[in-house]
Each structure stands twice: as structure tokens, then as C-alpha cells.
Design a protein around this ligand. Sequence first.
Ligand SMILES: [Zn+2]
Length: 570
Amino acid sequence: MNKHIFSFLGIILIILTACEPKDDKSPDLVLINGNIATLDENIPKVEAIAIKADTIQDLGTNKSIKDLIGKNTKVIDLKGKFVMPGFFESHAHFLSLGESKLELDLSKATNWDEIIVLVAQAAEKAHVGEWIVARGWHQEKWHPIPAKNIDGYPIHTVLSTAIPFNPVLLYHASGHALFANLNAMDLAKIDTSTENPTGGRIIRDSLKNAIGVFEEEAMSLISNVYNNTLAHRSPKEIKAYKEKIVNLAVEECLKNGITSFEDAGSTFEEIDFLKEIVDSGKLPIRLNVMIYEDNEALKEKISNYKIINYGNNHLTVRAIKTYIDGALGSRGAWMFEDYDDLPNHKGLNVTSLNTITETANIAIENGFQLCTHAIGDRGNNEILNIYEKAFEQNPDKKDLRWRVEHAQHLDRTDIPRFVKLGVIAAMQGVHATSDATFVIKRLGHERAKRGAYVWRKLIDSGAIICNGTDAPVERVNTIENYFSSVTRQLSDSSAFFPEEKMTRIEALNSYTINGAYASFQDDKLGSLKIGKLADLTILSNDITTIADENLRNTQVEMTIVGGKVVFTKQ
Ligand SMILES: [Zn+2]
């Protein structure tokens, strides 16, 4: 074939391509025959949705959306399934969630003896000196309780005799206490003279011997020794490990229909790593990260860490995490009055009020949200005071959306302060049902009724609640968490102060649009509207209408993030 014929064919090819009808405007993906809850008040239910690139292009009837289909449009027939904006996990721990998938799970153990057996089995497979790390024990969920105990906690001796050659570190389900065996305590040089660090407690017997339990800030006495061991791995090993836990966390999220995840506290170093993951295109969900660093580090570096909608809306950092108290299970929640089951004990203030006030100033000056863990009624009261003062001193700063993480036990007078101050209550439905077994024991009936997980009272006052699971404290299971939010039902079918439950729509809002609002992303996420990002969760049941008893059979069928199908149930 000569040169002239070649170029002649080339010209014909160009003309043909140019004449082809342009298909630019037709959607890339269309979902039809759906029962689609948009959470948009103007048009709450639609049958079909059209997506172009990562954005919702149109919503409407099957007919109106089918008319948009072009030759390159992928069509999914939903066959009547329920579609909602993607679940917004508003408070959980991303890397710890991944990590927990690699650790021994103690949450199903029904007593201390079972735990010792599980840990001993793990130690048999480990080499001498290797750390055994596990998570999920809760002394209030054991039957029988250990015969020898201090404040309900077992003594380490049987565990230490069963596992003498490996340091053992067992995290409490709440993440606010840990249990160590003698080997670990020896490595940490714990003895009768070791002092309690500020905001922490080493639990001791009458002879001042540590029994193995380290609460709150005292946990670092043991966990620092473990972390030092981890730091000796090669950079390559560390990177491979971190990538593995990211993948495990992502997998958990996607199969639960979670499209956005608010990480409740990561260091600058962890944020750098997460940014690398986003750059490599390996983060299919959207992450919002609260910075967890001390004030000195914040002052030095925070200006470099405001990251908004990075990597095509996959990473945002615009919040700081701090803690005012501990958890109820480990009696660390800071209460106004004594614990019913531990006289002369009101819990722990784990970060001084002056330090938190300074953090609040750093946040407000740098345009960051402050998200403070507060569980006890005193903890909640003090943090609201600090927020109120910061707002009063900065009247020009509006729409700050500061949050109280957990807001679990509230004094009656503090309930209306959330809406008044514009503070968001970042609560976890499943904490109420999971903690229900010991709330009354810790606080008594009256105090629990007045102020424990009072969603109804907060919503009625006009406050905004966003929802989540605090994984790995609880499983990141969206359906379980939704079920707890709308029923407050326990395993024995009784309900924990059911007058406080949310309605189906309130719970759905708390798990979608309110989460988006609580992370300043309600302009892009949280409901299904033209122009918003196409993040959707497809469920086997309509969770706004199905009967309570069938709610938990609901399956996540598909998860779509930014118009991409990232999970399909097999
Ligand atoms: Zn948390």
C-alpha cells in the first residue's frame, strides 16, 4: 500500500470519528427500579438516579431517567431494592479498626477463664518473648465474675502463670483500659512504687501490687514498651503492615455500606501516611481525620495540616481530637457524683481543663473544629463551659460546628446547651445497648433515666446528633447500630429506656446528612441531590419501614462511592 492511500484512509477515519454522535451528556451509570430515599425534603423518594463521573446528574422516575441513557451508560436494575445516601460513620478509629482484624478478638469470651485459654493458645503459636495483643474484653459481660477480683477486675496471677514467657497486652473493649501479664509488667518495670500518671490509674491490691489493669493514661506505661518493640521493624515492614491494616479497614467499611468515615484521632505521621494512600489511589472510601497531637505539636504544625477535599474528595483534615475523661465501663467517665458501685470515685479528668482550653484556642485561631471525647456528666458540663467561653471570646467566628464525642451521660441542665451553642452530639447508637448491662450498676436507675444516651431529649431540644460505632470499640456494623438507635433493644428483647429511641428517619439522618453536616460536607454529601457526590448504599430491605424484628436481617447489597461500584454482595 503506498503512502498516499495511507493518508487518504487516515482522512476518512478522522471524518468518520468526527461524525459520530457525541455522547458527552449521557450518564455513565443509571440505577432504575429502585426504592430510593434521597433525604432531600423536596423530593424524598425517587425511582431512578443518573450518575455522571462522580456526581449525581439527575433523579426522578424510571421513565425520566431512562430517557437519558446513552450507548455508553451502564444500567443497574435495582429490582425494587432500597437505596440511601452512603452510611456516614461519624466516629470510629480507622487504623485501629484495620489493626483489630489482625488481633485476637476477646469480645465473645464469656468469662476470664475463657480469655486465659484463648491467650494461651495464641502464645503456643508465638515464639518466646513475642507480644500477644488482643482486644475486646469487658469484665461486666462475664459469667461468672472472677472469684478473686478488685473492683470487678481479675488478678493477673493465673494469666501470668499460664503465659510466663510472652508479654501479654489485652485491650479493654472500651479502649480505655488494658490488662497486662507479669512478663509485660516486668518489661515496663512496674512495681509497688510506680506512681499513677496524671489522668490514669494502676489498679492495685491491698499490698500495693499491680493486679494487671491499667486505666486511661496509665495504659501508656505498658503500651509504650510494646510500641517501642514495633518501632524496631524495618521501614519496609512497617509500610507493608500499615497498608495491610488500611485494606482491612476499607474492606470492613465497604461491606457495611460505609462511604464516609470520620477517624476520631490520628497523629500527623499517620495523616502523612493516609495522604500517601490517597495519592496511590487505594482509598475507595472518603476519610475525615481528626488530628490527635499535644498542644506543642499542634502549634508547630497545624497550619500545614488543613487538608480539605484532597484527592478528589477522599481526605479531609479540619478537626482536632481531645479527651476530657475516660469511659463508663472502666469507671473513667467523669461524673458529678460518685459511682454507685465504687464509693468515693467520680471518674477521671484525663486532660486538664487548662490544656483543653489552650487546644480550643489553637482550634479557633486556625479554623479547626474541636471534637472532645466526653462521657460523664461532669466531663460534658466542663467541655460545654470551655466551648461556650471560646465562642464568647470569638464572636466573629460563626458556624464552628464543634462536637462532643459520645455525650453519653448528661446533666439535665446541659441538654439544651447543645442546640444553644450549636454543638453537635457525636453519639453511637450501639453504645447504649452494649453498655446497658452495666449503666444502672454504675450510675443507678434515676441517674441513668435522666441522662444516659438521651437521644430523644437532645433531638427534641433541636440538637444535631451524628451516629457511628466507635469501631473497633464496637463492630463497625451499620445495620446493628441502626437497629440499636431505633429500638434500644438488648439481646434478651428488653429495651434500655426505650422512650429515648430515634425514629427511623431520625436515625437515617443521624447516619447520613448529619454526619456530613458534622464534618462540613453537607454541601457535597449526606443526601441524594443533583450535583452532590454519588455515594450510595443499596440494602436488601427498606430500613425506614421494615418491622423491628426483621430489621437485622437486612443485607448491604452494594456500595457505590463517587459513582463507582466498590462493593457488591456475593
Ligand atoms: Zn473513639
